[in-house]
Design a binder for this molecule. Structure first.
Ligand code: SF4
Ligand code: SF4
Length: 226
């Protein structure tokens, strides 16, 4: 094998002194018509006005098709947001919410699984102990602080998948409101507990992990002490 030296052109055969083949591409002619951009400008405006008059005529004559059902058909495909809204898909991942127990306390046990799984590192949790005398004291903790930075969130849903208690969900059916300050995208525990799922409930249908629930798959505190 020929030894390659510094500066050898890799596109030529080793030892070859001939220059690589070149292809000359002619420069486009810059006529006054091309330079003025006017023909393309009028062509673009013609397309825009064609759709404008077509959509206006359909609206005036009441021929405007349903924006959702007909969205794939020819016709008006725009909707008058926010008066009209397209329904989100069943599995749409919207804003987060913290689900509640029957006593309106958060189901979250501050295990930090969600914040650990979060690739955007936008969940901050500080765990607290329940009050003395509360049956949950020593059995589980609660989130003293629970904050999500919705502006950093990439809506991947990993936090929901990671939660062992079904305490955090993204089934609110809402997208983030366009606020005018960054601080307003910091969602804290109280607000997250206010949101409801699409069914209007602040709870979850999954009750397996309530303390004392006979269907709880884990050990009870009494079993654990023996
Ligand atoms: S949806 Fe993804 S990025 Fe957003 S808080 Fe959950 S884990 Fe983090
Ligand atoms: S929301 Fe779920 S995963 Fe996150 S800390 Fe609470 S219990 Fe753990």
């Amino acid at each position: 094998m020929a030894k390659r030296t510094f500066g050898t052109n890799p596109w030529t055969k080793p030892g070859s002194t001939s220059a690589p083949p070149t292809k000359v591409i002619a420069r486009p002619r810059r006529t006054a018509e091309v330079q003025a951009y006017l023909p393309e400008f009028f062509r673009g405006m013609a397309v825009t006005m064609k759709h404008f008059f077509k959509n206006t005529k359909e609206m005036v004559l009441g021929q405007k098709p349903d924006p959702v059902i007909e969205s794939l058909n020819d016709g008006v495909t725009t909707i008058s947001y926010p008066e009209e809204r397209r329904p989100y898909a069943e599995r749409f991942r919207g804003l987060h919410r913290l689900t509640l127990r029957d006593d309106a306390s958060p189901r979250c046990v501050a295990c930090l699984c969600c914040s650990t799984a979060c690739p955007a590192q936008c969940i901050h949790i500080e765990a607290g102990e329940y009050e003395e005398g509360d049956p949950r004291r020593g059995y589980e903790r609660y989130p003293k602080t629970f904050v999500i930075d919705e502006l950093r969130c990439v809506f991947c849903g990993f936090c929901v998948e990671a939660c062992p208690c079904d305490a955090i969900r993204m089934d609110t059916g809402m997208h983030a409101t366009p606020y005018d300050s960054r601080e307003q995208f910091i969602y804290r525990k109280d607000l997250l507990m206010e949101f409801t799922g699409r069914d209007g409930s602040r709870k979850t249908a999954n009750t397996r992990h309530e303390p004392g629930d006979p269907t709880h798959p884990g050990l009870t505190r009494e079993q654990g002490e023996h």
